[in-house]
Write a protein that binds this ligand. Structure first.
Ligand SMILES: CC(C)(COP(=O)(O)OP(=O)(O)OC[C@H]1O[C@@H](n2cnc3c(N)ncnc32)[C@H](O)[C@@H]1OP(=O)(O)O)[C@@H](O)C(=O)NCCC(=O)NCCS
Length: 198
């Protein structure tokens, strides 16, 4: 398990400490949502396709402000953290977590990610998802973290594999997207699976 170091900074400047990891000279940080980030979250609600293949139509742009006011997006059942990258610790997107349950004592996390287009393909996505796994395994007792993606989302498939996830299989007709029901790919990483940093 990698040790999680605490950093401060961010652009737009936020005084929220976060956790960071650097490999091969590429640093990725993760921190709680702060007020200046809400503009980015509003964009994901209203700019068609900005969020990627998960775009499901226009969403209430006031929802991010209301959710932030409730719990800073740090819920015990679901939440979001901002991903920062680059020398200025720029807000590059976000990661999310949501609790699921297969049996009474078998809860797991389902994670997600969306980076702004200018930050894609630069090694940020897999590092952010690996960092989120470290965080969730360090501070919650779950055995399993899962992530679903689209058959055509090759960047996310590669990103999950690089973050230590394995493909479990095809979940048939699990989402209605762009006019039809579509299959998804389910990936998972278990607590004891090899760390991608090693
Ligand atoms: C999917 C996403 C998180 C991936 O993160 P990323 O930072 O772009 O990906 P990385 O730079 O970490 O790349 C990880 C691997 O994928 C490969 N990859 C990245 N973009 C690629 C592309 N367009 N085509 C093929 N491979 C690609 C990289 O080459 C790398 O593999 P390599 O080291 O073997 O070369 C990011 O592109 C994104 O936010 N996309 C929009 C939202 C989205 O699709 N979220 C997931 C929904 S399920």
């Amino acid at each position: 398990m990698v040790s999680l170091s605490v950093v401060e900074g961010g652009y737009p400047p936020v005084s929220v400490p976060g956790i960071a990891h650097e490999t091969d000279g590429i640093g990725v940080r993760m921190r709680p949502v702060a007020e200046p980030d809400l503009a980015m979250f509003r964009r994901f609600c209203t700019e068609p396709g900005l969020i990627g293949l998960d775009w499901g139509g226009f969403r209430d742009p006031g929802a991010p402000v209301r959710r932030f006011a409730v719990d800073g997006w740090l819920g015990t059942e679901d939440g979001r953290l901002v991903v920062e990258a680059g020398p200025d610790a720029t807000a590059a997107g976000f990661v999310s977590y949501r609790a699921g349950q297969y049996a009474p004592r078998a809860t797991y996390w389902e994670i997600g990610i969306a980076l702004l287009p200018q930050w894609r393909g630069r090694g940020v996505g897999w590092r952010a998802q690996a960092l989120l796994c470290d965080y969730l395994f360090a501070y919650t007792p779950v055995q399993r973290i899962q992530a679903g993606t689209h058959p055509e989302n090759v960047p996310e498939q590669r990103s999950l594999e690089k973050a230590g996830f394995r493909l479990e299989g095809v979940v048939r007709a699990c989402e209605f997207r762009a006019g039809q029901w579509r299959d998804g790919y389910l990936y998972s990483r278990l607590r004891d699976d090899p760390s991608p940093w090693d």
